[in-house]
Design a binder for this molecule. Structure first.
Ligand SMILES: [Zn+2]
Length: 483
């Protein structure tokens, strides 16, 4: 028995290494490349064999002799990383841009997306497109609309407040609506700021019954510690965290609850702005060491994943959109959207710096570093296409800001590869360069561990085994310029 096994093993070894390449024909083979992923670190001189959408084999180049019946790519001097996730996008924020977003994401190496809020039938359309065309479309995980209380914030009352949310009046409404979203195949849920504590807990209970994760903005009616302890899986933009870190956190909560009761007749977005204006910066100024430590310890203990969306604050506030790579990216937008963005940007450019926004953006950068050092998990997301954040490009800026905040380049890569894969229970399929993984990969011309900005030096993108080489990426960009 033992002998048979060894013989079979030997036969297998001979076949996989043989120069006639019986095992590997019609495969894409990237030869002699340096692979980098958060689980296996950096490995030089690797050959990666890709077939039928999967990574069939990764081994040291000297162990694999490849038949010419394969498509062989010379990877020497280049770097292979897993395809990137943007974990905070909105297809529904500018509906006219949605049909162009997938190509933009792919051109910038974003192979998976987590959409954090949009009307459910609209989102299902993009989800279906992605599922039916996995080789040419980024993977898309959807939440459906923001689950908000009343008055809801994104109610469609202005272009800044498109109808991204569903306003829920009671706990029964919460339960019925989640049943409905679940029947339409959402991948997770997003809780929003106007929920009452009872409604928020109902969201978490119902989600757990359905096996869905819940991300959210901490409701204004609650503090961060209670929200995290109640079972919130992740939080966007570090939203309302500062209010629970202030020396007078308890007093601020009482004041917010009062404002929420008194302001029920206001538009939800106006009410929320009033509360943020009254509390955000005073809370930052009045940060308390013990309260800050308590919040961070709670988030770390519960592993409440943070998606700080730092680029969202930085690109507009510090006028980074004037830089050459942003200007180039705007040329890939459809004409009407490019014109809208350019006129809005020129208004910002000619106006005085917004010192309050600048202060908050700097606070968010520092808090991301502190939270990371405290052991709070991070995922990279941008909020594109809000705030002149070009789909795709903005994720690379987010990774740079993560490194500025104190993550190592490899940890920053994990936040856009392994962490989101784990979030969706896909860590055995995505996020590593290893045998059996889905072949979502980027070939880079420079080492991202030396400088995280090198994630922009994209030579080729592979989505579900489909190779966009330099030429294919060029024609994708040429197509985008024609819009
Ligand atoms: Zn968002």
């Amino acid at each position: 028995m033992k002998k048979t096994f060894s013989l079979l093993f030997l036969l297998h070894l001979t076949l996989s290494c043989s120069s006639d390449g019986q095992l590997f024909t019609n495969a894409i083979c990237i030869e002699d490349i340096t692979t980098i992923d958060p689980e296996n670190g950096i490995k030089e001189h690797q050959t990666v064999v890709i077939q039928e959408g999967k990574i069939l084999k990764v081994d040291n180049t000297r162990n694999l002799k490849l038949s010419t019946k394969n498509q062989i790519i010379n990877g020497s001097g280049k770097y292979l990383i897993p395809g990137l996730w943007d974990s905070h996008v909105h297809f529904a924020y500018i509906e006219e841009l949605a049909p162009y977003m997938n190509d933009l994401f792919l051109a910038y190496g974003i192979t998976s997306l987590r959409d954090t809020g949009g009307e459910i039938m609209f989102m299902r359309k993009w989800k279906e497109l992605s599922e039916q065309n996995p080789a040419t479309t980024p993977r898309l995980m959807i939440a459906g609309p923001l689950l908000d209380g009343m008055p809801n914030v994104y109610d469609g009352s202005s272009p800044d407040r498109p109808p991204l949310s569903h306003g829920l009046d009671t706990v029964d409404d919460v339960n019925d609506y989640i049943d409905y979203l679940d029947s339409l195949g959402v991948d997770f849920l997003k809780a929003y700021e106007m929920l009452t504590p009872d409604q928020f807990r109902a969201v978490l209970a119902k989600a757990s019954e359905k096996g869905l994760k819940v991300t959210g903005h901490v409701p204004l009616s609650m503090d961060v510690i209670s929200a995290s302890n109640a079972g919130l899986n992740s939080m966007e933009h570090l939203r309302n965290v500062e209010m629970s870190m202030a020396g007078n956190a308890t007093q601020l909560l009482t004041e917010r609850q009062h404002m929420l009761t008194e302001g029920r007749a206001l538009q939800g977005g106006d009410l929320r702005s009033n509360i943020h204006r009254a509390q955000r910066l005073p809370a930052v100024d009045n940060a308390d060491t013990d309260n800050t430590a308590n919040v961070l310890q709670t988030l770390a203990k519960n592993q409440t994943v943070q998606i700080p969306t730092l680029a969202l604050g930085h690109v507009a506030t510090f006028k980074e959109f004037t830089q050459a790579h942003w200007q180039e990216s705007f040329e890939y937008l459809p004409d009407t959207i490019e014109q809208n963005w350019r006129s809005a940007m020129s208004r910002i450019e000619s106006s005085a710096p917004n010192t309050e926004r600048a202060k908050y953006s700097k606070w968010a950068l520092q808090m991301t570093g502190k939270a990371h050092r405290a052991g709070v998990p991070m995922m990279a997301g941008t909020d594109t296409p809000i705030g002149f954040l070009t789909p795709g490009l903005s994720l690379h800026r987010e990774l740079e800001l993560f490194v500025e905040a104190g993550l190592t380049p490899l940890e920053a890569l994990a936040s856009a590869t392994m962490e989101p894969a784990r979030y969706f229970g896909m860590e055995n399929k995505l996020g590593q360069i290893a045998d059996g993984m889905i072949a979502d990969l980027l070939i880079l011309n420079a080492n991202p561990l030396e400088s995280i900005s090198n994630t922009r030096t994209i030579d080729a993108v592979i989505k579900d085994g489909n190779l966009y080489d330099t030429e294919a990426l060029k024609s994708l960009k040429a197509k985008m310029r024609e819009w």
